[in-house]
Design a binder for this molecule. Structure first.
Ligand SMILES: NC(=O)c1ccc[n+]([C@@H]2O[C@H](COP(=O)([O-])OP(=O)(O)OC[C@H]3O[C@@H](n4cnc5c(N)ncnc54)[C@H](O)[C@@H]3O)[C@@H](O)[C@H]2O)c1
Length: 250
């Protein structure tokens, strides 16, 4: 467990947080930690089984969560997911756009942009078109890739930079509705990067990281939850690296 069970971050218990990609890795960590902070969680994923496990873990420890099986790149599924969330939990105050394809997936550049940043926009605009409570906030999961580093693959690098650009647009023009920020994780120990730390390139990367380890899902989840929380009410439009100091040590 986290060792931070007394944290609250100023959240109002029962407020609703929606997180996509909640069946694994960073998204699952956000869901579990948000529930520990007293938020009601709408956990979304493509994978019905894994998101069901996330929700069961929350329910077993006394929290509130629902599972939504939805592909964030599918308009109709997104509309249905928002309707189901509001019907079951009430208006959504917090959104975490975390789901996105792995950089290892080979796909045409344009498809990658649609799947990556197109989905972040779709989720956000669908949410903002409905009833959004005061104090609403969104955090989009970008990456050090594209924002601070050039990496493979081309669509991944471009889409992560575009997510930050879209976040800055929201932070400038949509403040009547929402406060908007992004996190830029470095290397995170999730199923997606399984085996990376032991690989040659992984070892070389970790040697250049001042903290000499990958991030945990919780490292990214707590940064995300802080940016969403009322404690961060004057933080708007940042892209926060959560990378152990990897960037500054390059
Ligand atoms: N792991 C890292 O080192 C790292 C670094 C920087 C950024 N990120 C970003 O963090 C986010 C989460 O990565 P992770 O490492 O936790 O990945 P992960 O593979 O462990 O989990 C991703 C989850 O998202 C779901 N998902 C994927 N596409 C979806 C879609 N279209 N609709 C709904 N659900 C979908 C998957 O089923 C999976 O459960 C991604 O946006 C990724 O680009 C990860």
């Amino acid at each position: 467990m986290s060792g931070h069970d007394d944290l609250n971050f100023g959240f109002t218990p029962g407020d609703v947080l929606l997180v996509s990609g909640a069946g694994s890795g960073i998204g699952r960590a956000v869901a579990l930690r948000a529930a520990q902070l007293g938020l009601a969680v709408s956990a979304w994923d493509l994978d019905e089984r894994t998101v069901g496990e996330t929700v069961r873990a929350i329910s077993d420890s006394g929290g509130t969560a629902i599972a939504v099986t939805a592909d964030v790149s599918d308009n109709a599924a997104v509309e249905r997911g928002f309707a189901a969330t509001t019907r079951n939990l009430g208006p959504i105050r917090y959104l975490v756009n975390n789901a996105g394809p792995s950089s290892a997936v080979e796909m045409p550049f344009d498809d990658g942009l649609l799947a990556g940043v197109g989905s972040v926009r779709r989720m956000t605009e669908t949410w903002l078109a409905g009833e959004v409570p005061d104090g609403a906030a969104v955090v989009n999961v970008a990456s050090v890739a594209g924002n601070f580093l050039g990496t493979e693959s081309p669509w991944y690098c471009a889409t992560k930079a575009a997510i930050s650009g879209y976040t800055r647009y929201l932070a400038t023009y949509r403040t009547g509705q929402v406060r908007s920020n992004a996190v830029a994780p470095g290397m995170v120990d999730t199923p997606r990067l399984a085996g990376f730390a032991a690989s040659e390139v992984g070892k070389r990367s970790l040697q250049r990281n001042p903290l000499q380890r990958m991030a945990t899902g919780d490292d990214i989840a707590y940064a995300t939850l802080f940016l969403l929380s009322p404690l961060a009410s004057y933080i708007n439009g940042v892209v926060l690296p959560v990378d152990g100091g990897w960037l500054v040590a390059q």
